[in-house]
Design a protein around this ligand. Structure first.
Ligand code: ADP
Ligand code: MG
Length: 204
């Protein structure tokens, strides 16, 4: 079981079944918005992010159903492996690393805020990006900050995603565009926003 302190101060306990439910909601959101994510990537990358994530999340759901893990750390490990092997691109290894670090952290902590912080650190280490480089980190970093205080809301997640619009790409494909990357939402930030909004949904 892991703990998530919510906006209203209520502590939610999540078990591996709810992690599976979270992933189902996320997979559905990705499938529904596949074209939108690829369109975002078309503007500042190579137009494959929606397809990459959809392929990965189909594998995540299949593997969770097949392996049916009962420990949170095992759930995150299954998710990590599927993302790492199936998403491809730059985002696959980064999402994979995030969930792998969350799996490791789950062995010593029951606090979801701490797990997400460990995932964030994993992305930063693996990809070498910092805040405001216009990447998925610009959603992971502020989300892990507000989660610590039980202050995560869907509106905040939306604002983190939106904040990438005015940034100039400093890592990954968007960096090749220089100033021309400004004015577009980062696709990895958008998919990460969906990840955290479906987390909020599953705790309701
Ligand atoms: N070094 C990095 N650190 C963090 N995130 C990154 C980095 N490079 C790319 N990304 C994220 O990956 C997303 C692109 O993913 P995707 O399109 O699937 O891979 P690719 O860029 O290889 O086509 C970007 O929008 C960005 O959020
Ligand atoms: Mg791409």
């Amino acid at each position: 079981m892991i703990r998530l302190i919510q906006l209203d101060g209520v502590t939610q306990m999540l078990d591996s079944k709810q992690i599976q439910k979270w992933m189902q909601l996320f997979a559905k959101e990705i499938a529904t918005n596949k074209e939108y994510l690829s369109d975002l990537d078309d503007a500042i990358g190579d137009g494959d992010h929606g397809n990459n994530m959809d392929r990965g999340m189909i594998a995540v759901i299949e593997n969770l159903e097949e392996k049916n893990p009962t420990e949170i750390a095992d759930s995150f490990k299954v998710i990590a492996m599927a993302l790492m092997t199936k998403v491809g691109g730059a985002s696959g290894p980064l999402y994979g690393t995030a969930f792998l670090e969350m799996a490791k952290a789950a062995q010593n902590s029951e606090d979801l805020a701490e797990l997400i912080a460990a995932g964030t650190a994993g992305i930063a280490k693996r990809g070498g990006a910092s805040a405001a480089d216009k990447t998925m980190l610009d959603v992971w970093i502020p989300t892990s900050e507000v989660l610590k205080n039980g202050q995560l809301t869907a509106e905040k997640v939306d604002s983190f995603v939106e904040s990438t619009k005015d940034m100039q790409g400093k890592k990954g494909r968007s960096s090749y565009l220089g100033e021309r990357s400004i004015g577009h939402i980062d696709p990895g930030a958008a998919s990460s926003g969906m990840l955290f909004k479906t987390l909020i949904e599953v705790t309701k």
